[in-house]
Design a protein. Structure first.
Length: 328
């Protein structure tokens, strides 16, 4: 041993001063100055991608396109409810889709209409057949008649079939199923009881029988005939009297406005008449009216009914009245 004394070791100061603390933080600050900006840039880029994916899903399903006239089921139309608290839950409900042009233009889809063109051009050659009596509930009447004509020889049966053909086209264009009691394709008839039965078996929603009158030449104008109450034998009009009256009023109004023809001067009141002696009405189970479009023996009425343009207006009025009745 040399005999020299060794000084004790120096321990670090547990409480460094300001200069020492600054020296310790300098390396950490350099690292943070590099790392933090890089992290911030990365986070901003991730947010941009996330937001764009919410706006446009890269593989979003394309909404199906429906052909005109197609319909969605109720569940498909309404969709699933949005969860509570989601943005969709607080949004206003979308407006219902507007009806397609085809639906708006075909208001009578699913409806059946009976059109009854009065008489038959061949009846005159089958007098034995049409003179046979049939039961109309409260009596018996001839199966059918020949009908009337203008003084110039234009027959009622030809007039009624022409108006009915024109009305049928309008109603079919509006979506209705149109049933005729005869289409000029049979030798005679049908009888008045069969005409009613055709409408009943078709379960028609409404029926109109088209006629022209053959009264005194001094009388003019049209009138609508509605069923009265008859409950006897095969006749029971109790259920159809009121709806037939509504149809009759609509037809009276539409015909007057559409054709310019005045209401009758010789029968009924304000263009309306009620009868209980017509088999076509007595035996009907569906709402039904007759229309006498004018008096073929009156020169003014005959001139109008002989005009195809006027017959088109008459057909339009019949179709419009039926449309109002069935959609009102």
């Amino acid at each position: 041993m040399t005999g020299r004394t060794t000084p004790p070791p120096v321990e670090p100061d547990p409480y460094p001063g300001p200069e020492q603390r600054a020296a310790l933080w300098r390396p950490a600050a350099k690292v943070a100055g590099v790392v933090l900006p890089v992290c911030l840039i990365g986070w901003l880029g991730w947010q941009a991608v996330a937001n764009s994916s919410r706006d446009v899903a890269p593989h979003a399903a394309v909404a199906p396109q429906y052909a005109e006239g197609d319909r969605l089921d109720a569940d498909e139309a309404s969709g699933s409810p949005a969860p509570a608290g989601s943005p969709e839950a607080g949004a206003a409900a979308p407006s219902p889709a507007a009806p397609s042009p085809s639906a708006a233009g075909r208001p009578l889809s699913g409806r059946t209409v009976l059109l009854d063109p009065g008489h038959n051009a061949g009846n005159a050659k089958h007098t034995a057949d049409i003179n046979r009596k049939v039961d109309i509930g409260n009596g018996r009447k001839e199966c059918d008649t020949t009908g009337t004509s203008t003084n110039a020889g234009y027959p009622e049966a030809e007039f009624t079939l022409d108006v009915v053909h024109r009305a049928r086209q309008i109603l079919q264009d509006r979506g209705a199923t149109v049933v005729l009691t005869q289409d000029g394709d049979r030798a005679w008839g049908p009888c008045i009881d069969e005409r009613a039965r055709i409408g009943n078996e078709a379960k028609a929603d409404a029926a109109v029988s088209v006629h022209a009158d053959g009264a005194s030449a001094s009388g003019s104008g049209f009138h609508v005939i509605m069923p009265g109450r008859v409950v006897t034998g095969p006749a029971d009009t109790a259920a159809i009297v009121d709806p037939s009256h509504r149809l009759g009023v609509l037809l009276r109004d539409a015909f007057k406005a559409g054709t310019g023809e005045p209401t009758s001067t010789y029968i009924g009141q304000q263009g309306l008449d009620t009868r209980t002696d017509l088999g076509g009405l007595n035996l009907s189970k569906v709402p039904k009216v007759f229309i006498e479009c004018g008096n073929m023996r009156n020169a003014g009425d005959a001139g109008r009914m002989s005009d195809p343009a006027w017959r088109q207006r008459a057909a339009q009025a019949v179709a419009d009245a039926l449309t109002s009745y069935l959609t009102g």
